[in-house]
Design a protein around this ligand. Structure first.
Ligand SMILES: [Zn+2]
Length: 394
């Protein structure tokens, strides 16, 4: 069994088998040039007599260790692992994510230093189940690992009923299913935790109708069946084939969901904030104001529309603004594709400018921001829309 550069070899617990296996490994080593690291290699015995152990160890030159052993910090075991046993892996993953968010995530919202005692910092902007749905239904198309795991076990259960030539399946049939049908027997309580989970997954299989592709059952297929169909979001055209920066698209996505932490929302949660829009200083800040009627955003769009050689447009409400955007982004034309990219970059630039003013007390002129967006679109444009974008001069 091989994973990355680790190799697990199994053999009968007698000198003859071990020597034969070792010869195979040496041949492989000669042919491939790959060698074992003696310091990291060891032998685990199960049911081998003391005398035989001694002989094997002398012959091989490896040290002996006791099972269960750890792999990537986690004990390899047939039993269900406790939370404490998972802890080393959890700690590693958390450390990775923390350094990643600190380095890469420019979402300025994390600069909101809210007191640790409030529950607000733990409030998710968008529900995880939503995030894990396809982009057309308003998600980010991330895999729902909880559901995926459930499906992977259900697939193993399906294999148990259909692939009787596999060695582990033969074993389960011999010990637990015997001459009965898989669906007829009760869950064997004496079986290991893993085997019991596979039996339990029959209920997942019952809930779905698997259509077979060449007699195979795909995890992906069951996963999407269980995920179910959700209604499409009306703004999906803005998301697809958008060449803006990923973080710009993310802010636009939050904005379209109405989940940006604008002053009105924070205020509703009981956070003391200045309600006045930091961009125009005239109205209260809300998503609808910031991206609909705000003088600053309108001025930014006007400057960009001149650059794009388009008719001026002035929305007074968020509704008007989004309808205009959807119309402009409709279809496969170059101008529709360029518009989407610019729309996402504007969403991002407005939000960043708002955050800079609120948290750092610094501001930029509309013209400056518009020029930067024009530059970004020039740089990021794919060959399909590059000629169009480059034909506009700022
Ligand atoms: Zn404003």
């Amino acid at each position: 069994m091989c994973f990355a550069d680790d190799l697990l070899m199994f053999a009968g617990g007698d000198l003859h088998s071990i020597v034969a296996l070792n010869q195979c490994f040496l041949k492989f080593s000669m042919a491939s040039g790959l060698q074992e690291n003696l310091e990291k290699s060891c032998v685990y015995f199960g049911g081998v007599k003391q005398n035989d152990r001694k002989q094997i160890l002398q012959q091989m030159g490896y040290s002996q260790r006791e099972s269960p052993f750890k792999y990537l910090g986690i004990p390899l075991s047939m039993k269900k692992l406790s939370l404490i046993q998972w802890q080393p892996l959890i700690a590693k993953i958390i450390a990775k994510i923390s350094s990643w968010t600190a380095k890469k995530l420019a979402y300025v919202g994390r600069k909101l230093h809210l007191p640790r005692t409030t529950t607000i910092t733990r409030r998710a902007l968008v529900a995880w189940n939503k995030v894990c749905t396809p982009k057309s239904t308003g998600g980010l198309n991330l895999v729902n690992l909880h559901l995926w795991n459930k499906v992977a076990i259900a697939k193993t259960c399906w294999d148990l009923a259909h692939k009787k030539d596999k060695i582990w399946i033969k074993r389960i049939h011999t010990y637990y299913i015997k001459r009965y049908q898989l669906e007829d027997i009760t869950i064997p309580q004496q079986a290991s935790w893993m085997v019991r989970k596979i039996f339990e997954a029959r209920s997942t299989l019952d809930r779905i109708s698997i259509t077979f592709k060449e007699g195979k059952c795909y995890i992906r297929q069951i996963y999407f069946q269980l995920l179910g169909d959700a209604p499409r979001v009306y703004w999906k055209s803005l998301i697809f084939k958008n060449e803006a920066k990923p973080k710009a698209k993310f802010i636009m996505w939050l904005r379209l969901h109405g989940k940006l932490l604008t002053a009105d929302r924070l205020n509703n949660w009981g956070v003391q904030v200045d309600l006045l829009c930091s961009l125009c200083q005239t109205k209260h800040e809300s998503r609808d104001h910031l991206y609909g009627s705000c003088r600053f955003t309108k001025a930014l769009w006007n400057r960009l529309l001149v650059w794009m050689k388009r008719h001026p447009f002035s929305a007074t409400t968020w509704e008007q603004q989004i309808q205009w955007a959807l119309k402009s982004a409709k279809g496969r034309s170059q101008s529709a594709q360029a518009f989407k990219t610019i729309y996402a970059e504007v969403s991002y630039a407005v939000w960043i400018e708002r955050n800079k003013r609120v948290f750092e007390g610094v501001s930029k002129e509309v013209d400056n921001i518009a020029r930067n967006i024009a530059y970004l679109c020039n740089v990021r444009a794919s060959p399909g829309i590059r000629s169009l974008v480059q034909s506009w001069s700022f």
